[in-house]
Design a protein around this ligand. Structure first.
Ligand code: HEM
Length: 412
């Protein structure tokens, strides 16, 4: 049996190999589910791999704070970010805020992402899906599902919500990937270091132009809400507006794309499930939940303990960081039967793909709407689908999913 070292726990390359990654998580859950991890290029942290411990820590949000360290970066990248921005994290936005500010800033977005408002977007999301499927039909045969399909549906949806032109799609996709996947050689910014601060700066410049225009001429889009947002009765400052715009935009598409493509990969490697959806003998909505559990594209967020805390026989000391591994919690054998198998007969279940606690994904209802819209239309039109070559996965310890996925698909 392969054994894993602390450097493996953070290795972007390991995250590109789903079966080794899940073997490592299974070993951690079995042997040391709250594991003190000292990788050579990263500051140490506790690796939290069981579902119940992740839930406990995230819910204790008065003790485990997000502000000091919330994402896994190398020591070198942390130094560069501090040097370039003067602060510990690139963006001062929802994921890095704690109470009471977190609640106040989250309230800015709450109405937009509420089910009632999302319902109004449904028809437009379906149009985006239909256009993409028409494009697939025109390709007639074998193509890369990621670059032709899955990246575009969530990207165009979030661009529609932000009210920015579809022509900017390639550029915004490239910058988002640089920010989220700085360790994958195919997506990283070609610069000294990993370039996350530079990618964020370019996104700031892009959104600043649009925010300024919404301040002068508000429209019916999310950027107008951000441009006119107030906290404690005062307009939010420029840096907060830009940081939150970038966070919601970037958080809002590659995650969902990864679930669309990772979900299809799961279906094509579990033909019984594909056949059940194709025949209409199972519903799309619960299948989407299994895709979220199984793909779990967000690998983990971090928190820092504000006081000593006892959990699972260990003491997490004040100032220690924890890394909450959602994909591991989603394959926890004490919660799911046969966790490494993609199954559509689980009945009702919960999962951690969107995290939990006060930071639980703001866009989860939108993500579900897109995933359901895509798979509903896809199964109405698909005649046959198969993998047409090996899938390659992102080398990323933050956001995973397929990078290239050759498929052969026939639509009616
Ligand atoms: C399948 C798609 C998605 C997945 C798997 C996902 C996953 C996550 C996870 C794991 C978190 C952290 C939760 C925590 O700390 O407990 C998160 C937070 C967040 N997500 Fe998503 N997300 C998805 C789609 C979206 C979409 C569509 C949007 C917006 C358009 C979005 C915006 C955000 C924001 C703004 C946060 C920070 C929330 C906060 O700190 O209060 N996400 N997401």
């Amino acid at each position: 049996m392969e054994t894993f070292a602390d450097d493996d726990i953070v290795s972007p390359k390991l995250y590109a190999d789903e079966s080794r990654l899940h073997e490592m998580f299974a070993q951690l859950r079995a042997r040391d589910p709250i594991h003190w991890t000292e990788p050579s290029e990263y500051r140490p942290f506790w690796a939290i791999t069981r579902q119940q411990d992740i839930l406990e820590i995230e819910t204790a949000s008065d003790i485990f704070l997000a502000g000091q360290r919330n994402r896994l970066f190398t020591k070198e990248e942390e130094r560069r970010v501090r040097e370039r921005t003067g602060q510990a994290s690139i963006l001062r936005s929802l994921p890095t805020l704690d109470a009471p500010d977190h609640r106040k800033y989250r309230a800015i977005f709450q109405e937009w992402f509420a089910p009632g408002n999302l319902k109004k977007l449904e028809a437009r999301v379906r149009e985006i899906v239909d256009e993409r499927l028409a494009h697939v039909a025109s390709l007639g045969g074998t193509f890369d599902f990621v670059n032709e399909v899955s990246l575009w549906v969530p990207l165009q949806t979030i661009m529609m919500i932000f009210g920015v032109p579809f022509e900017d799609g390639d550029r915004l996709h490239r910058l988002s990937a640089q920010l989220f996947n700085p360790y994958d050689p195919d997506t990283a910014r070609k610069t000294e270091g990993h370039g996350t601060a530079e990618a964020a700066q370019e996104l700031f410049e892009y959104f600043k132009v649009h925010l300024d225009s919404r301040r002068a001429n508000p429209r019916d889009d999310l950027l107008s809400i951000i441009a006119h947002a107030t906290v404690d009765g005062k307009p939010i400052d420029e840096k907060d507006a830009l940081s939150n715009a970038v966070t919601v935009f970037v958080g809002g598409h590659d995650t969902t794309s990864a679930t669309i493509s990772g979900g299809l990969n799961a279906l094509l490697t579990h033909p019984d499930c594909f056949a059940a959806l194709h025949a209409g003998s199972v519903e799309v909505a619960p299948a989407v939940e299994e895709m979220l559990r199984y793909v779990s594209p967000v690998r983990g967020f971090m928190r820092v303990a504000s006081r000593d805390y006892k959990i699972g026989g260990k003491i997490i000391r004040e100032g220690d960081a924890v890394l909450l591994f959602y994909p591991s919690g989603n394959r926890d054998e004490s919660v799911y039967e046969d966790p490494n198998r993609f199954r559509l007969d689980r009945g009702r279940f919960t999962h951690l793909a969107f995290g939990c606690g006060p930071h639980m994904c703001l866009g989860q209802m939108l993500a579900r709407l897109e995933l359901r819209a895509f798979y509903t239309r896809f199964f109405q039109r698909v005649r046959s689908a198969e993998l047409a070559g090996p899938t390659s996965w992102l080398e990323s310890n933050f956001l995973g999913g397929p990078k290239k996925m050759p498929v052969k698909i026939q639509l009616s």
